[in-house]
Design a protein around this ligand. Structure first.
Ligand code: PEP
Length: 259
């Protein structure tokens, strides 16, 4: 049985003081809950990673993820942060290929494949994002687009490395728009992704790999999305910087994870 994951992507939001307050608020809310039956990953802006990794979490286990890393291993790449540097401060996860990086920073599937390689070399888990833009869905090309993103960005990994990877299906038209994919649309694409993993690797790998949904997932729609058989949790943007909403989403994932 795959355990659910809720990953919060804070993006380029919050001052340091606001980040501290958010973490305190989230922890206070968790204190009132039973231990969550889901994995939680928080991906803050880079300078706040250590704020999270330094926390002494009691009952509730949090994992910390970066939002990006360099495709290079080390050296004269001013402004870049390598997977090795992230790992050295106990960061175990990293988002790769978020649509905002593909769009605003021109990241191609080929560059993303290199980032994934650096993460795997450093025993980190990539959270690899795939998803189509609205025109592609309207043209009925969404499966084709996601297939190419998987084949070029991820499927070069061997059978062992793929086990450490999480896939996030994020239809670009749903990110930050308030326009969520229907549970049926999410399930259809997640089942397609899982079938691709089975075809490229094997059935056991397809059964194990976690596929998250992202795109205007919030406290109101989390349960119906996470209840779909191939949806293993969510990558949450806007709602992850609201303590009540984020904890509610985690709690919903936890309840479904127990069923
Ligand atoms: C995201 O950016 O990964 C995301 C899912 O954002 P939002 O939840 O705000 O749509």
């Amino acid at each position: 049985m795959r355990s659910k994951i809720v990953a919060g992507n804070w993006k380029m939001n919050l001052t340091f003081a606001e980040a501290e307050t958010l973490v305190d608020d989230i922890l206070d809310l968790f204190d009132d809950q039973d231990e969550m039956n889901c994995e939680i990953i928080i991906c803050p802006p880079l300078p706040y990673l250590e704020l999270l990794t330094d926390y002494e979490f009691d009952e509730q286990q949090f994992n910390v993820g970066a939002q990006n890393c360099s495709a290079y291993d080390k050296g004269a790449y001013t402004g870049e942060v390598s997977a090795k540097i992230l790992k050295s401060i106990d960061v175990d996860y990293c988002i790769v290929g978020h649509s905002e990086r593909r769009k605003y920073f021109g990241e191609t599937n080929e560059v993303l494949a290199e980032k994934i390689n650096r993460l795997i070399e450093n025993n980190m888990s990539p959270i690899y994002c795939v998803g189509e833009v609205l025109e592609e869905r309207e043209a009925g090309r969404h499966f084709e687009v996601v297939k190419e993103q998987l084949e070029k960005g991820l499927f070069h990994l061997d059978g062992d490395a793929i086990y450490d990877t999480i896939i996030a299906y994020e239809p670009v038209w749903a990110i930050g728009t308030g326009k969520t994919a229907t549970p049926e649309q999410a399930q259809e694409m997640h089942a397609f992704i899982r079938s691709m993993v089975k075809e490229r690797y094997d059935e056991a790998t397809a059964d194990e790999i976690r596929i998250l949904y992202g795109g205007s997932c919030n406290a109101q729609n989390a349960t119906e999305l996470f209840s779909q058989p191939d949806v293993d949790g969510g990558l949450i943007g806007g709602a992850s910087i609201k303590a009540n909403d984020f904890v509610s989403i985690c709690q919903q994932a936890s309840v479904i994870g127990k069923e």
